[in-house]
Design a protein around this ligand. Structure first.
Ligand code: SAH
Length: 356
């Protein structure tokens, strides 16, 4: 049986170069292909006029250049946009674009489902179904960028959507290489953040990739973290924090610690003090995320005063603390919700319902 055609968006430029070479073409043809697709936004080989007619005719047999299917694109009153994509195998994934004063951050998914089993997380309720390919990650970027008005460019990428990026390192770091390629999108590595629940052995890969590290801390004792984030049983807090110190030593880059606030569970003054203690010696920022309630978890969201009180304790200890605003509530804010809605009522997510 013939080998399946490689997918264009799965290939780094050196890989594309090898492919083009094996076809008997000059190396610089891969350069031209990259430019057409990534800087000119042209993915129809026929339109690539600096390639020979014969090569253009043969390219579809060499390469699959299909996109993801955009099932829906919703825009919130606060400007957040939520995209639902269907992969070639029929699975669906979400990407979210979050605008703020000085940036436009794209939150991408790295897996369908997730095996980390964090108790509060919506995505984790579904076991890992598929690790996304590099192309499926790159296409989230390209397709969202294309759906935006020309003057609105994505300025930052965070791997904080569905899945555990460090459980899919090969494809995640390949996608980062493709996004960064200077002939193509030339997207700065420093503007890419990889968030992990704590897969310690792979944290060094983030340091080597030039991307920024975010860690979902979420608990300050091994006792609690073992319960709400089972990965902690394998890599407990002291091991995780040591890996963060190693990252910092190697890169001198500050680290973001995400902390989901669960009412009455991890939001005490003592917890705040322990966050300070645990992160001592690191240049870091704390990102507090008030829990997004959903039917699959019993945790409660602390009220605004409680969240501010927790922030105050940390700030008084001299820490840099931000509260993540809950964006896009009117478009099914909690992680994974849009996708679930679609799976329950596929007919309802028709074109007419798109508000963007
Ligand atoms: N698996 C990676 C990245 C995806 S989750 C990681 O764990 O870092 C992105 C963030 O959302 C994580 O910090 C996670 O702790 C948080 N999160 C998950 N479910 C949430 C919920 N229901 N409400 C608020 N934050 C949640």
């Amino acid at each position: 049986m013939a080998e399946p055609r490689p997918h264009f968006f799965n290939l780094t430029r050196p890989e594309l170069q090898d492919l083009v070479k094996s076809y008997g073409k000059e190396k610089f043809r891969s350069h031209q292909l990259f430019q057409w697709v990534y800087t000119k936004g042209v993915s129809d080989f026929e339109q690539m006029t600096n390639l020979s007619k014969e090569f253009r005719r043969d390219l579809p047999q060499l390469l699959d250049i299909s996109n993801l299917e955009m099932v829906s694109h919703l825009k919130s009153v606060d400007g957040t946009r939520k995209f639902l994509f269907k992969l070639a195998n029929g699975d669906t994934i979400e990407s979210v674009l979050i605008p703020s004063e000085d940036r436009r951050t794209l939150c991408v998914s790295s897996e369908v489902g997730c095996n980390m089993a964090c108790q509060f997380c919506f995505t984790a309720k579904q076991k890992l179904k598929k690790r996304l390919t590099a192309g499926e990650i790159v296409l989230q970027f390209l397709m969202v960028q294309k759906a935006l008005p020309a003057e609105e460019r994505i300025s930052n990428v965070v791997f904080m959507g569905m899945g555990e990026p460090l459980d899919n390192p090969e494809n995640v770091f390949k996608a980062i290489d493709i996004l960064h390629d200077q002939v193509g999108l030339n997207f700065s590595r420093k503007r890419i953040t990889v968030s992990t629940s704590g897969l310690v052995p792979q944290i060094d890969l983030i340091a080597n990739s030039g991307a920024r590290l975010a860690v979902s801390l979420n608990a300050t004792t091994n006792h609690l973290r073992d319960k709400i984030m089972p990965i902690n049983r394998k890599y407990p807090l002291e091991v995780l924090l040591q890996a963060c110190k190693d990252y910092y030593k190697k890169t001198k880059e500050s680290i973001t610690f995400e902390y989901v606030l669960l009412k009455g569970v991890n939001d005490s003054t003592d917890d705040a003090k322990r966050i300070h203690k645990l992160t001592r010696g690191l240049e870091c920022k704390i990102n507090l995320i008030p829990f997004n309630e959903h039917p699959e978890a019993d945790f409660k969201r602390p009220n605004g005063d409680e969240v501010h009180q927790f922030q105050r304790v940390l700030m008084d200890l001299g820490m840099h603390v931000l509260i993540r605003r809950t964006m896009g509530r009117d478009i099914y804010a909690a992680c994974g919700q849009l996708r679930t809605l679609y799976e329950k009522h596929p007919g309802k997510m028709s074109q007419e319902e798109m508000r963007a």
